[in-house]
Design a protein around this ligand. Structure first.
Ligand code: GLA
Length: 424
């Protein structure tokens, strides 16, 4: 009988879809070209901003030299429009020879030499959304091997130009093909966004098994309307979305657009705070060569990053949608800490919001303190019923980090995330 057992076990093993690559135990952080640089391939008139190897080398330099990498921003990700319009004579994907003359492998080496990781973009379908060669079902293994041979660390697989049943076959197959390369390659799936983002058309259990992150909803663009629409969609569907997230599997509300043109200062703070509460991937799409100090300060906020990267890896929820236009969001964190965000949908003037944890139905430690992650203001020695007041600006947020007992606020604000004491 024994000789039968081995083939059965092998058969079972090959049927297991699990991505199981051990990657992204906390939400990934880095930079992604699309929202800011789109499909600008005009390197003749716009050499600094076109999709070329120089753009990605510039961003890698900035991530490595301007303090981003140390904070966790480690991926440099290519999006659409990097490829030549045709596959090569052997049927392999190749980078556009004029814009990426050194090739993706050399770019990966450059990025790795800076201590960073390189992500690339593909599309399950005949073409990418921008009209470049896509990955049809028969090319999945080939393209996975090509990406691995280049030393790529992450793949975003888009879903233009394929139908639902091709996607249902292709995404699990690509997950398996990436695993089979033997190279750890994180897998970002755009699949659910093409299926309306909700069950029954989307199976979040399956996604958690085959992808590290997935786009659920519409593309972000450079406007507050877009960011607000995304936040509200995640709030409206949180009962479905929130349980799907966990270590190695994340809902992706799309890129951070802080540093571009469409958001005010308050709105930029709101995007960063909400993305941290949502345990969202933090991929900035901006120009790190010219970003202002003010925006850098938001994106490099250590306490917010600590909240985003909390090891409990629980996505937060909207716990209250007040008639006063203030939404209250909460994310439970490790060591009996939590983050509470007061997010304004108002358009009049700063709103003074008085409440207590008991009023918010939040279980609190016997005595606790809170820290406003942006202003640094501390609230000390509060109890369950203690009233406190936050002032929330129109379209802005007040984000509080809540922790048991007393703690020196300076200590929390100034340390690197990994150096924080474990609060019991
Ligand atoms: C789709 C994706 C975007 C981007 C573009 C590229 O719209 O959702 O994130 O990758 O394609 O063409």
């Amino acid at each position: 009988m024994e000789f039968l057992v081995v083939p059965v076990v092998l058969l079972l093993a090959s049927c297991v879809l699990s991505l199981d690559n051990g990657l992204m135990r906390t939400p990934p952080m880095g930079w992604l070209a699309w929202e800011r640089f789109r499909c600008n391939i005009d390197c003749l008139t716009d050499p600094k901003n076109c999709i070329s190897e120089h753009l990605f080398m510039d961003m890698a330099d900035r991530l490595a030299e301007d303090g981003w990498k140390e904070l966790g921003y480690q991926y440099v990700n290519i999006d659409d429009c990097w490829a030549a319009k045709e596959r090569d004579s052997q049927g392999l994907l190749v980078a556009d020879p004029l814009r990426f003359p050194s090739g993706i492998k050399a770019l990966a080496q450059y990025v790795h030499s800076k201590g960073l990781k390189l992500g690339i973009y593909g599309d399950l379908g005949t073409y990418t959304c921008g009209g470049y060669p896509g990955t049809t079902l028969d090319m999945i293994d080939t393209d996975a091997r090509t990406f691995a041979s280049w030393g790529v660390d992450m793949l975003k697989l888009d879903g233009c130009y394929s139908n639902s049943s091709e996607k249902a076959m292709g995404y699990p197959l690509m997950s398996r093909a990436l695993n089979a390369t033997g190279r750890p390659i994180a897998f970002s799936c755009s699949w659910p966004a093409y299926e309306g983002g909700l069950p029954p058309r989307v199976n979040y259990t399956l996604l958690g098994e085959i992808c590290n992150l997935w786009r659920n909803y519409d593309d972000i663009s450079d406007s507050w309307e877009s960011v607000r629409g995304i936040i509200n969609w995640y709030g409206a569907h949180q009962d479905v979305l929130q349980p799907a997230a966990g270590p190695g599997r994340w809902n992706d509300p799309d890129m951070l657009i802080i540093g571009n043109f469409g958001l005010s200062h308050e709105q930029s703070k709101s995007q960063m705070a909400l993305w941290a509460i949502l345990a969202a991937p933090l991929f900035m799409s901006n120009d790190l060569r010219t970003i202002s100090r003010e925006d850098t300060y938001i994106l490099q906020n250590k306490l917010l990053i600590r909240i985003s990267q909390d090891p409990l890896a629980i996505q937060g929820r909207m716990i209250l949608k007040g008639k006063n236009g203030i939404q209250v969001w909460m994310r439970p964190l490790s060591s009996s800490t939590m983050a509470i965000g007061f997010f304004s949908q108002r358009a009049d003037m700063p709103y003074h919001y008085t409440t207590s944890l008991s009023q918010l139905n939040i279980t609190a430690p016997r005595m606790f303190s809170m820290l406003d992650v942006y202003s640094g203001r501390g609230f000390h020695n509060l109890e369950f019923d203690s009233k406190f007041t936050v002032t929330v600006n129109p379209s802005g947020v007040v984000m509080l980090y809540v922790y048991p007992g007393e703690q020196q606020q300076q200590q929390l604000l100034n340390r690197r995330p990994e150096a924080y004491p474990v609060l019991m």
